[in-house]
Ligand binder design. Structure first.
Ligand SMILES: NC(=O)C1=CN([C@@H]2O[C@H](COP(=O)(O)OP(=O)(O)OC[C@H]3O[C@@H](n4cnc5c(N)ncnc54)[C@H](O)[C@@H]3O)[C@@H](O)[C@H]2O)C=CC1
Ligand SMILES: O=C(O)C(=O)[C@H](O)COP(=O)(O)O
Length: 358
């Protein structure tokens, strides 16, 4: 008998791929309920399905494959105890997020009295995104300060402390997973809290495209009122189901959690979940079904921050959410995925579009 697989219907490039081998059921995230999961062997989900005891207890689920980088929506302890394998898509959308950050930086720097080449940018979290961002900023001649205690503890070189970032940076951007103190030696829940903001010395801009809750949104607003920060750009929020207009309104940019939404990122995410499913069930490798015209490759001639920012108009996404704060989920579901830089050819190239995991 074919195993039943539930798939979030907002995952692109997957329809029709698993059908020859599985009984496939596409559902909106909201409809992935305990009843729907009961007789499923595998779930292919996104950040919108909380995989916990409530959802999984008593089900036949053996594998959860999330087409995302973050896994904070999955209770890994419960899965381990109940022999449920968990897979995600590490690094899949790193270049899309770097594109988001770069477009944001382009607009941020226009608000600052000093040119980009004289700014110091703090990168907190130097995994797939942080590493690609560091490579980009280095190619642009921008000075960075890197913070990643887990990598530093493993002997990684070139990292410093959050205190140095607080002291020296004009812009601080977060690229960490969301973790509580019982999950990590270096928890990130409210890493940027009131105490953090009181410690800032250069009135920086704050960027958060990692997870809501890494930055304490209330403390962020208070920091702006107290002029401890110059401004902020957000893609993620503590309460994405009901994001506060009071938080969006003063933001220089506020987008609906789409930093990672590129065609290339989504394709890589789908490839990763397909690989996880095929290896779990012992099936031959299956690839995403692309509906993209590969001959229509965009071209970008130069490598300056304005050239890079031209590849993605972040203002459009920000204006859309500001106009409809209550439509965050709808804006994500109907998002027209953009190309990230993996699809571009750079003339005069000094920027190497490296493997985010390399
Ligand atoms: N807004 C969006 O659309 C997207 C958001 N994300 C989020 O961004 C995060 C970063 O993405 P990736 O770089 O791909 O993940 P990653 O797992 O490759 O890198 C995370 C890095 O953060 C470091 N880290 C952990 N705790 C830390 C701490 N307390 N302080 C500083 N560094 C710490 C880790 O050592 C690791 O190097 C993800 O965990 C995900 O939650 C990722 C992709 C898209
Ligand atoms: O990969 C992640 O982690 C993200 O945050 C995704 O970009 C969010 O993607 P969806 O859950 O909306 O597919």
């Amino acid at each position: 008998m074919k195993p039943k697989i539930l798939i979030d219907r907002d995952i692109p490039f997957i329809q029709g791929v698993l059908e020859p081998l599985a009984e496939v059921c596409y559902l909106p995230a909201k409809a992935i309920t305990p009843e729907a999961c009961h007789d499923a062997k595998a779930l292919i989900i996104r950040t919108r399905t909380a995989c916990n005891q409530d959802l999984l207890e008593g089900s036949q689920v053996e594998l959860i494959a999330s087409a995302t980088v973050g896994t904070d929506h999955i209770n890994r302890d419960f899965c381990k105890t109940n022999n449920i394998a968990v897979a995600n898509a590490p690094g899949c959308n790193a270049w899309a997020v770097v594109q988001w950050v770069t477009s944001a930086l382009y607009l941020v720097t226009r608000q600052l009295p000093i040119p980009l080449s004289q700014l110091r940018i703090g990168i907190v979290g130097c995994g797939a995104v942080g590493r690609c961002l560091h490579a980009t900023l280095t190619a642009l001649g921008v000075h960075t300060i890197l913070v990643d205690p887990p990598l530093q503890a493993q002997g990684g070189k070139g990292y410093t402390s959050l205190a140095m970032v607080q002291q020296f940076c004009d812009i601080i951007t977060f690229h960490v997973p969301f973790t509580y103190s019982d999950q990590s030696r270096y928890p990130t829940y409210h890493l940027a809290d009131e105490h953090f903001f009181y410690g800032l010395e250069r009135r920086p801009f704050i960027l958060n495209s990692s997870r809501g809750g890494v930055v304490d949104d209330y403390a962020l607003l208070r920091a702006l009122e107290r002029k401890q920060i110059r401004g902020y750009c957000l893609d993620v929020y503590e309460n994405e189901q009901d994001v506060s207009p009071a938080l969006l309104e003063p933001a220089l940019l506020s987008t609906p959690h789409i930093a990672g939404y590129s065609i290339e990122g989504k394709q890589a995410a789908t490839a990763a979940v397909l690989q996880a499913v095929c290896s779990h069930f012992g099936w031959p490798k299956l690839l995403p079904k692309l509906e993209v015209d590969e001959t229509q490759r965009p071209f970008n001639a130069g490598l300056s921050i304005s050239d890079l920012a031209k590849t993605y108009d972040i203002r459009k996404d920000s204006l859309a959410l500001k106009a409809q704060p209550y439509a965050l989920e709808q804006l994500r579901s109907h998002y027209a995925y953009r190309h990230d830089w993996q699809a571009y050819e750079f003339g005069n190239c000094k920027l190497s579009i490296q493997d985010p995991l390399g």
